[in-house]
Design a protein around this ligand. Structure first.
Ligand SMILES: [Zn+2]
Length: 375
């Protein structure tokens, strides 16, 4: 049984966390507001705020006029008290982002560089992280870690890639990637990282499915408030659901996987690899783009219908293509409706909130989340 000292320590930690959480969810608050909303005494709020100020996690903003005419000090969280870096490693690019404790991307660098499993490439990754930190003006001691999103399946401890056909890096470990990075590093599957960013602190979402339509197609199952990767860590791998057994060969070795029909390259390949150019043409009424898009949306609708049948939960569509989907959502929903056996409402089919850099952001948010849990 826990003794009185342990129980007091628990209560103290819990109060500190509750105060920080409330400040986190509000632009600013005064001591009386915190005390009233959390049913805590003013001395308890004062003691905790003093400690949070000392740790550099909270700051004073000056005075605010109270309803009773008395002035009260105003407090808010220090958003850049800690930061994390996220990397999105793809076949032709590396994107690095710096994310603060509020989950905001404060700076980024996108580097055009073909992936190669060489020492030179890993050196370049180290240099990129350092460049970003200097560019963003972040003191190095505030960096919590570097999360690397990769197109592959990663072991539960975030240390090894056990399936990685896209970049042919199966068996690579976090040590390989972090050789020239001075911070704690962790590896993440790209879609799981993007899904994590999408679900992060979305308390109204308990169960959901995230579809990532990027250079490859992936997915993440969100269950009871966390990502569920399944027994073999391939839960949510919607990119390899078979659309047509007679279809083209997928990089996984099978035929007719959704990845062959809904990867961003399907749209961009006839536009010099530029998705932006594809959507420009589509929005300008280009006949070829319209034709490609029509087929694409039909396949996407099939995939979403399958997920709805299996999970019956909100479905969030993101990734490189997801960022352009807002104006096409009604069209997509109509196509899903046409395939729906149960006439279920379609509001739960949505587009992503992270329009850009969700993979890199998700990698960084892993460390931010860990830090926030530790407060
Ligand atoms: Zn496949």
């Amino acid at each position: 049984m826990a003794g009185p000292d342990t129980m007091n320590a628990d209560i103290k930690t819990r109060n500190r966390k509750r105060i920080y959480e409330l400040l986190f969810s509000n632009p600013s608050m005064t001591k009386p507001e915190l005390a009233a909303q959390l049913s805590l005494s003013l001395p308890t709020v004062h003691a905790n705020l003093t400690a949070l100020l000392k740790d550099g996690l909270v700051r004073e903003n000056g005075f605010r006029e109270n309803t009773g005419g008395r002035k009260a000090r105003d407090y808010s969280i220090v958003k850049d008290a800690r930061l994390a870096v996220g990397l999105d490693i793809t076949m032709h690019h590396v994107t690095a982002v710096a994310v603060n404790v509020a989950g905001e991307i404060i700076d980024m660098i996108r580097l055009r560089r073909n992936f190669e499993f060489t020492d030179l490439y890993m050196q370049r990754l180290g240099l990129l992280v350092d460049q970003l930190i200097v560019q963003a003006g972040i003191p190095r001691n505030r960096i919590l870690g570097v999360g690397l999103g990769v197109p592959g399946l990663v072991t539960e401890d975030c240390r090894r890639i056990f399936y990685g056909k896209i970049l042919d890096f199966e068996g690579a470990s976090v040590e390989d990637f972090s050789k020239y990075i001075d911070f704690h590093c962790a590896l993440f599957n790209d879609a799981k990282a993007a899904g994590f960013a999408e679900f992060w602190r979305q308390t109204e979402l308990q169960d959901a499915f995230y579809i990532m339509l990027s250079s490859n197609v992936g997915g993440a199952v969100y269950k009871g408030g966390s990502i569920s990767s399944g027994k073999n860590r391939c839960a949510g791998e919607i990119g390899h659901v078979k659309i047509d057994a007679r279809g083209p060969r997928c990089y996984c070795g099978q035929y007719g996987c959704l990845d062959c029909y809904c990867a961003a390259s399907v749209l961009a390949s006839r536009y010099d690899g530029s998705l932006e150019a594809f959507f420009r043409d589509l929005n300008g009424g280009g006949a070829e783009a319209k034709l490609i898009w029509d087929v694409y949306l039909d396949h996407l609708a099939k995939a979403v219908s399958t997920i709805r049948l299996l999970f019956d939960c909100p479905i969030i569509i993101g990734g490189y293509v997801g960022q352009y989907l807002d104006s096409w959502l009604d069209d997509l929903r109509k196509r899903i409706k046409a395939l729906d056996s149960f006439n279920t409402p379609l509001e739960d089919v949505r587009t992503c909130r992270f329009k850009k850099e969700s993979i890199a952001a998700g990698g960084a948010l892993y460390f931010i989340n860990e830090f926030l849990e530790s407060i």
